[in-house]
Design a protein around this ligand. Sequence first.
Ligand SMILES: Cc1cc2nc3c(=O)[nH]c(=O)nc-3n(C[C@H](O)[C@H](O)[C@H](O)COP(=O)(O)OP(=O)(O)OC[C@H]3O[C@@H](n4cnc5c(N)ncnc54)[C@H](O)[C@@H]3O)c2cc1C
Length: 644
Amino acid sequence: MSAPTQRPKVTAHEARQTAEAARERDWHKPSFAKELFLGRFRLDLVHPHPLPAEEDARRGDAFLASLRTFCETRIDGARIEREARIPDETITGLKELGALGMKIDRKYGGLGLTQLYYNRALALVGSASPAVGALLSAHQSIGVPQPLKLFGTQEQKDAFLPRLARTDISAFLLTEPDVGSDPARLATTAVPVRDDEGDAYVLDGVKLWTTNGVVADLLVVMARVPASDGGRGGITAFVVEADSPGITVEHRNAFMGLRGLENGLTRFHRVRVPAENRIGPEGAGLKIALTTLNTGRLSLPAACAGAGKWCLKIAREWAGVREQWGGPVARHEAVGTKISFIAATTFALEAVVDLASQMADEDRNDIRIEAALAKLYGSEMAWLIADELVQIRGGRGYETADSLAARGERAVPAEQLLRDLRINRIFEGSTEIMHLLIAREAVDAHLSVAGDLIDPGKSFADKAKAGARAGGFYARWLPGLVTGSGQLPHSYGEFGVLAGHLRYVERTSRKLARSTFYAMSRWQGRMELKQAFLGRIVDIGAELFAMSAACVRAELLRTTGDHGPEAHQLADAFCHQARLRIEELFGRLWSNTDDLDRRVVDGVLAGRYAWLEAGIVDPSGEGPWIADATPGPSTEQDVHRRIP
Ligand SMILES: Cc1cc2nc3c(=O)[nH]c(=O)nc-3n(C[C@H](O)[C@H](O)[C@H](O)COP(=O)(O)OP(=O)(O)OC[C@H]3O[C@@H](n4cnc5c(N)ncnc54)[C@H](O)[C@@H]3O)c2cc1C
């Protein structure tokens, strides 16, 4: 076993610098969400709702039809949950169907589906088994195909994409025992070497929580190339053959949910990777990972929208027939409001994912903030939806599907869904990190004009220049926040009952921008430390985006004649519910317990309330928080599992 990987010491400043360097700074295309945060409601960017090309829709629908049959006949979600693994024949069947190559170009043997249909396919598979959905999503949304498509050389595409489209499963390896949200600490190294076979890198390190890592054939690995005379080094992305000498999967991780996930701990010990397997230049790894996530992030909210649909179906079927206290439980108002929330929010989640996916396909707008908002909002709301379903099911909501079936009842896995969904708020950018990432973009305009002004390290001359720049920007921007179409009683009239909601979005986006501006002037450089405040700003933006998407989708459905009145009703209900949440968030912008909470945290960390912990036992004992060296394979299941 190799020596423990060294943990780099990283300051908060360095961590932020690393994140900042990986950030895409340029905006070449318009962004609906960015404008929204600046107080400019650009409905024209999302309405009329973009639609897929006829041929894309025909091919997409045909694939969805065969995928549906496959899900109904060959994916046994209950068995996967029971056995905690996806049967080989399911994976083989998915390969035969071409599901590994949904997003890969047809010229490489893939299906070349659009983002819209790819996401619909993931929602469909995820409803049959969230673990299978996660396998396909990790393979295509963050695994090898997407970074290769965006940044790979022609040789790399020719070599790997045909394999990835048909036979090879891939995984994305960034996280390490000591590196979660903060990639600046990344310790896996890739040292350049030249040997008889040519230029290469030698990889050493440990990667944790590698989804698909246990069964993968190809890996994207993020490793740090040391700076040298010849190059600046930095975090770099590589395509690595999973059976390369020196790679061992030492442990198969087990989780609260997604029990079928083939997720492991992978050790790299002197693994030789040919230089031609490097994706992009040295030091570009994090930028590649983040760019991959621009659209990759949409898979997860697609699965969340699918989960909402299932919850709605079960809530309708169950609460309509379960009688207590003289009538169906759905008719008791306390349960009815939950059902309304599930229906309205599911409509909005689908609206958000479909709009953002279709915008990604059109490629007319920059959708990186929309995708991030969709991930944040989808994962948070789906969790609430599933929690409400468990409550509506009462005791049966808490009982496992197997136990229900054993007693002769319908095997409804409500508690499993709750467990399966929980991780969505943690991986692919935790909610806290998504808040920061989106907030960074929301305040970008202010930082770029006032950056030097609020930087204590800058000279008087720099500050004067920044002051002039900021003055020019604000002289144009601020007056635009005073009035807008949201104050005109007849604007957005074609939206009927929804027009008032769009006027609200217009007015509220200006209020949001004014609040952000006020906070910037008040806290200046310290603004980035006001995470609770920024989180609320972002949550308001997410609600406004979801309201816009819901209205635009309802209007699309009205004009195409598909359930128009019902869609308008759901959008109306969603917007009313969202407005109450928004008003509460605005209230808490300036009236909150943030300062008090900070003092309580100080007290907790200093141990001043340790007496409160008396009267319990702690079954977790005293083991180390983070393992330096991990044990070797301990059971049959803990080692690499290959699928034919
Ligand atoms: C089932 C599963 C599958 C996964 N699949 C993959 C995969 O395929 N590939 C891969 O590379 N990784 C994967 N991960 C890792 C996952 O992306 C990380 O768990 C996630 O990035 C969070 O990192 P962490 O768990 O180390 O939490 P930490 O970074 O230690 O964070 C702990 C808590 O602090 C919060 N926090 C951290 N920093 C800040 C900050 N600056 N401000 C505010 N709050 C902060 C976090 O939001 C979190 O609540 C997976 C994890 C799991 C559990």
